[in-house]
Design a protein around this ligand. Structure first.
Ligand SMILES: Nc1ncnc2c1ncn2[C@@H]1O[C@H](COP(=O)(O)OP(=O)(O)OP(=O)(O)O)[C@@H](O)[C@H]1O
Ligand SMILES: [Mg+2]
Length: 235
Protein backbone atom coordinates (compact mmCIF):
# COMPACT_ATOMS: atom_id res chain seq x y z
CA UNK A 1 0.00 0.00 0.00
CA UNK A 2 2.81 2.39 0.96
CA UNK A 3 6.29 2.02 -0.48
CA UNK A 4 9.08 4.36 0.58
CA UNK A 5 12.34 3.88 -1.33
CA UNK A 6 15.68 5.51 -0.64
CA UNK A 7 14.25 8.72 0.75
CA UNK A 8 16.59 11.61 1.58
CA UNK A 9 14.98 14.52 3.40
CA UNK A 10 16.53 17.82 4.49
CA UNK A 11 15.59 20.78 6.67
CA UNK A 12 17.40 23.50 4.74
CA UNK A 13 21.03 22.39 4.63
CA UNK A 14 20.52 19.79 7.33
CA UNK A 15 20.43 16.26 5.90
CA UNK A 16 18.10 14.29 8.19
CA UNK A 17 16.89 11.15 6.36
CA UNK A 18 19.63 9.14 4.66
CA UNK A 19 17.99 6.72 2.26
CA UNK A 20 14.99 5.54 4.29
CA UNK A 21 13.07 2.62 2.77
CA UNK A 22 10.01 1.00 4.26
CA UNK A 23 6.74 -0.54 3.21
CA UNK A 24 3.31 -1.02 4.69
CA UNK A 25 0.83 -3.59 3.40
CA UNK A 26 -2.91 -3.04 3.49
CA UNK A 27 -4.38 -3.97 6.87
CA UNK A 28 -1.06 -3.92 8.70
CA UNK A 29 -0.08 -1.92 11.75
CA UNK A 30 3.56 -0.97 11.29
CA UNK A 31 5.60 0.73 14.00
CA UNK A 32 8.35 3.23 13.27
CA UNK A 33 10.55 3.10 16.34
CA UNK A 34 13.59 5.04 17.47
CA UNK A 35 14.87 7.49 20.02
CA UNK A 36 14.57 11.26 20.13
CA UNK A 37 15.73 12.78 16.88
CA UNK A 38 15.96 9.43 15.04
CA UNK A 39 13.84 10.79 12.18
CA UNK A 40 10.38 9.31 12.91
CA UNK A 41 8.49 12.58 12.50
CA UNK A 42 10.54 13.53 9.44
CA UNK A 43 9.65 10.19 7.84
CA UNK A 44 5.92 10.76 8.39
CA UNK A 45 6.26 14.37 7.17
CA UNK A 46 8.03 13.09 4.07
CA UNK A 47 5.14 10.72 3.33
CA UNK A 48 2.44 13.37 3.76
CA UNK A 49 4.50 15.93 1.82
CA UNK A 50 5.19 18.52 4.52
CA UNK A 51 8.94 18.04 4.09
CA UNK A 52 9.11 16.52 0.61
CA UNK A 53 12.07 14.20 0.01
CA UNK A 54 14.89 15.62 -2.08
CA UNK A 55 15.73 12.16 -3.37
CA UNK A 56 14.00 8.78 -3.43
CA UNK A 57 10.42 7.78 -4.21
CA UNK A 58 7.20 7.30 -2.28
CA UNK A 59 4.36 5.27 -3.76
CA UNK A 60 0.85 4.91 -2.40
CA UNK A 61 -1.39 2.27 -3.99
CA UNK A 62 1.27 1.96 -6.70
CA UNK A 63 1.33 5.64 -7.66
CA UNK A 64 4.04 8.19 -6.99
CA UNK A 65 3.00 10.72 -4.36
CA UNK A 66 6.38 12.32 -3.60
CA UNK A 67 6.35 15.89 -4.84
CA UNK A 68 2.59 16.30 -4.51
CA UNK A 69 1.12 18.99 -2.24
CA UNK A 70 0.15 17.65 1.23
CA UNK A 71 -3.58 18.21 0.64
CA UNK A 72 -3.40 16.19 -2.57
CA UNK A 73 -1.62 13.36 -0.75
CA UNK A 74 -4.25 13.47 2.00
CA UNK A 75 -7.01 13.30 -0.61
CA UNK A 76 -5.55 10.08 -2.00
CA UNK A 77 -6.44 8.49 1.34
CA UNK A 78 -3.72 9.24 3.87
CA UNK A 79 -4.67 10.66 7.28
CA UNK A 80 -2.04 12.33 9.44
CA UNK A 81 -2.11 12.93 13.20
CA UNK A 82 0.90 15.15 14.00
CA UNK A 83 2.71 14.98 17.32
CA UNK A 84 1.40 18.36 18.50
CA UNK A 85 -2.25 17.14 18.47
CA UNK A 86 -3.70 20.45 17.35
CA UNK A 87 -7.47 20.47 17.87
CA UNK A 88 -9.56 23.50 16.86
CA UNK A 89 -9.70 25.12 20.33
CA UNK A 90 -12.69 27.39 19.61
CA UNK A 91 -14.87 24.62 18.17
CA UNK A 92 -16.86 22.07 20.12
CA UNK A 93 -15.75 18.44 20.01
CA UNK A 94 -18.67 17.71 17.69
CA UNK A 95 -17.74 20.55 15.33
CA UNK A 96 -14.08 19.58 15.32
CA UNK A 97 -15.34 16.40 13.65
CA UNK A 98 -18.07 18.00 11.55
CA UNK A 99 -15.77 20.41 9.73
CA UNK A 100 -13.55 17.68 8.29
CA UNK A 101 -16.08 14.84 7.94
CA UNK A 102 -16.10 13.06 4.56
CA UNK A 103 -19.84 13.00 3.88
CA UNK A 104 -19.44 10.59 0.97
CA UNK A 105 -17.99 7.96 3.30
CA UNK A 106 -19.50 5.68 5.94
CA UNK A 107 -18.28 8.05 8.62
CA UNK A 108 -20.55 10.22 10.72
CA UNK A 109 -20.04 12.01 14.01
CA UNK A 110 -22.30 9.37 15.60
CA UNK A 111 -20.11 6.56 14.34
CA UNK A 112 -17.01 8.31 15.62
CA UNK A 113 -18.67 8.66 19.02
CA UNK A 114 -19.48 4.94 19.05
CA UNK A 115 -15.77 4.29 18.70
CA UNK A 116 -14.81 7.05 21.14
CA UNK A 117 -17.50 7.13 23.87
CA UNK A 118 -15.31 9.39 26.02
CA UNK A 119 -15.61 12.07 23.35
CA UNK A 120 -19.38 11.80 23.18
CA UNK A 121 -19.55 12.73 26.86
CA UNK A 122 -17.86 16.01 25.97
CA UNK A 123 -19.51 16.57 22.59
CA UNK A 124 -20.38 20.19 23.34
CA UNK A 125 -17.22 21.13 25.12
CA UNK A 126 -14.68 23.32 23.31
CA UNK A 127 -11.63 21.56 21.91
CA UNK A 128 -9.36 23.85 23.89
CA UNK A 129 -10.95 22.77 27.18
CA UNK A 130 -10.14 19.08 26.79
CA UNK A 131 -7.40 17.25 28.67
CA UNK A 132 -4.31 16.07 26.80
CA UNK A 133 -5.67 12.54 26.47
CA UNK A 134 -9.04 13.76 25.22
CA UNK A 135 -7.33 16.04 22.69
CA UNK A 136 -5.31 13.08 21.45
CA UNK A 137 -8.51 11.06 21.02
CA UNK A 138 -10.13 13.95 19.21
CA UNK A 139 -7.24 14.38 16.77
CA UNK A 140 -7.36 10.65 16.00
CA UNK A 141 -11.15 10.72 15.58
CA UNK A 142 -10.82 13.79 13.38
CA UNK A 143 -8.34 12.02 11.12
CA UNK A 144 -10.61 8.94 10.94
CA UNK A 145 -13.74 10.81 9.83
CA UNK A 146 -11.83 12.06 6.78
CA UNK A 147 -12.03 8.35 5.81
CA UNK A 148 -8.35 7.56 5.17
CA UNK A 149 -7.11 4.16 4.00
CA UNK A 150 -3.78 4.73 5.74
CA UNK A 151 -3.37 6.56 9.03
CA UNK A 152 -0.04 8.10 10.04
CA UNK A 153 0.12 8.49 13.83
CA UNK A 154 2.97 10.44 15.39
CA UNK A 155 3.66 9.40 19.01
CA UNK A 156 0.05 9.30 20.18
CA UNK A 157 1.06 8.15 23.67
CA UNK A 158 3.56 10.95 24.27
CA UNK A 159 3.02 13.02 27.39
CA UNK A 160 -0.01 11.04 28.55
CA UNK A 161 -0.35 9.46 32.00
CA UNK A 162 0.04 5.65 32.04
CA UNK A 163 -3.66 4.97 32.70
CA UNK A 164 -4.60 7.26 29.80
CA UNK A 165 -2.11 5.45 27.57
CA UNK A 166 -3.92 2.20 28.44
CA UNK A 167 -7.26 3.74 27.46
CA UNK A 168 -5.74 4.99 24.23
CA UNK A 169 -4.40 1.53 23.50
CA UNK A 170 -7.85 -0.04 23.89
CA UNK A 171 -9.33 2.65 21.72
CA UNK A 172 -6.74 2.16 18.99
CA UNK A 173 -7.40 -1.58 19.08
CA UNK A 174 -11.02 -0.75 18.22
CA UNK A 175 -9.89 1.62 15.47
CA UNK A 176 -7.64 -1.10 14.03
CA UNK A 177 -10.61 -3.47 13.94
CA UNK A 178 -12.27 -1.16 11.41
CA UNK A 179 -9.63 -2.50 9.00
CA UNK A 180 -7.57 0.65 8.68
CA UNK A 181 -3.84 0.49 7.91
CA UNK A 182 -1.55 2.34 10.31
CA UNK A 183 2.02 3.61 10.34
CA UNK A 184 2.70 4.41 13.99
CA UNK A 185 5.74 6.41 15.10
CA UNK A 186 6.52 5.72 18.76
CA UNK A 187 9.15 5.93 21.48
CA UNK A 188 6.92 4.04 23.89
CA UNK A 189 8.10 0.55 23.04
CA UNK A 190 5.46 -1.34 25.04
CA UNK A 191 2.64 0.66 23.51
CA UNK A 192 3.92 -0.06 20.00
CA UNK A 193 4.55 -3.73 20.82
CA UNK A 194 0.97 -4.27 21.89
CA UNK A 195 -0.53 -2.70 18.76
CA UNK A 196 1.80 -3.34 15.84
CA UNK A 197 2.50 -6.34 13.59
CA UNK A 198 5.89 -5.24 12.27
CA UNK A 199 8.48 -2.62 13.08
CA UNK A 200 11.18 -0.53 11.45
CA UNK A 201 13.96 0.71 13.71
CA UNK A 202 15.29 4.14 12.86
CA UNK A 203 18.52 5.66 14.08
CA UNK A 204 20.10 8.87 12.81
CA UNK A 205 17.88 8.97 9.78
CA UNK A 206 18.54 5.39 8.70
CA UNK A 207 16.52 2.18 8.96
CA UNK A 208 18.75 -0.15 10.98
CA UNK A 209 16.44 -3.15 11.24
CA UNK A 210 12.98 -4.31 10.28
CA UNK A 211 11.00 -7.39 11.17
CA UNK A 212 8.03 -8.66 13.12
CA UNK A 213 7.18 -7.37 16.58
CA UNK A 214 7.38 -10.95 17.82
CA UNK A 215 10.98 -11.18 16.67
CA UNK A 216 11.88 -7.75 18.01
CA UNK A 217 10.54 -8.62 21.46
CA UNK A 218 13.15 -11.35 21.77
CA UNK A 219 15.99 -9.14 20.55
CA UNK A 220 17.31 -7.41 23.67
CA UNK A 221 20.37 -6.32 21.71
CA UNK A 222 18.24 -4.28 19.30
CA UNK A 223 16.00 -2.93 22.04
CA UNK A 224 19.05 -1.85 24.04
CA UNK A 225 20.82 -0.28 21.11
CA UNK A 226 17.96 1.53 19.42
CA UNK A 227 15.08 1.78 21.85
CA UNK A 228 15.45 1.60 25.59
CA UNK A 229 17.06 4.44 27.50
CA UNK A 230 17.34 2.41 30.70
CA UNK A 231 21.13 2.03 30.49
CA UNK A 232 21.97 5.61 29.69
CA UNK A 233 24.49 6.95 32.16
CA UNK A 234 25.44 3.58 33.69
CA UNK A 235 28.49 2.98 31.52
N1 LIG B 1 12.50 22.01 11.60
C1 LIG B 1 13.70 21.46 11.71
N2 LIG B 1 14.82 22.09 11.31
C2 LIG B 1 16.05 21.52 11.42
N3 LIG B 1 16.26 20.30 11.92
C3 LIG B 1 15.18 19.61 12.34
C4 LIG B 1 13.86 20.15 12.27
N4 LIG B 1 13.00 19.23 12.77
C5 LIG B 1 13.76 18.17 13.13
N5 LIG B 1 15.05 18.39 12.87
C6 LIG B 1 16.18 17.46 13.12
O1 LIG B 1 15.96 16.29 12.38
C7 LIG B 1 16.34 15.13 13.11
C8 LIG B 1 15.18 14.15 13.14
O2 LIG B 1 14.11 14.75 13.87
P1 LIG B 1 12.67 14.10 13.98
O3 LIG B 1 11.79 15.12 14.59
O4 LIG B 1 12.29 13.52 12.69
O5 LIG B 1 12.96 12.92 15.00
P2 LIG B 1 11.94 12.03 15.83
O6 LIG B 1 12.42 10.63 15.69
O7 LIG B 1 10.55 12.33 15.44
O8 LIG B 1 12.21 12.51 17.33
P3 LIG B 1 11.18 12.66 18.57
O9 LIG B 1 11.05 11.30 19.15
O10 LIG B 1 11.90 13.58 19.50
O11 LIG B 1 9.89 13.21 18.06
C9 LIG B 1 16.79 15.62 14.47
O12 LIG B 1 18.19 15.69 14.45
C10 LIG B 1 16.21 17.00 14.57
O13 LIG B 1 17.01 17.85 15.34
MG1 LIG C 1 8.93 13.09 16.45
Amino acid sequence: MLEVRGVHTYYGQSHVLHGVSLDVERGEIVALLGRNGAGKTTTLRSVIGLTPPRDGTIRFEGERIDGLEPYRIARRGIGYVPEDRRVFPELSVEDNLNVVLDRDSDWSVERAFELFPALEEHAHRLGGQLSGGQQQMLTIARALVTDPDLLLLDEPSEGLAPTIVEDLETLLENVIETGITVLLAEQNTNFAFSLADRAFLLSRGRVEWDGTIEELQSRDDLIGRYLSVANVGTE
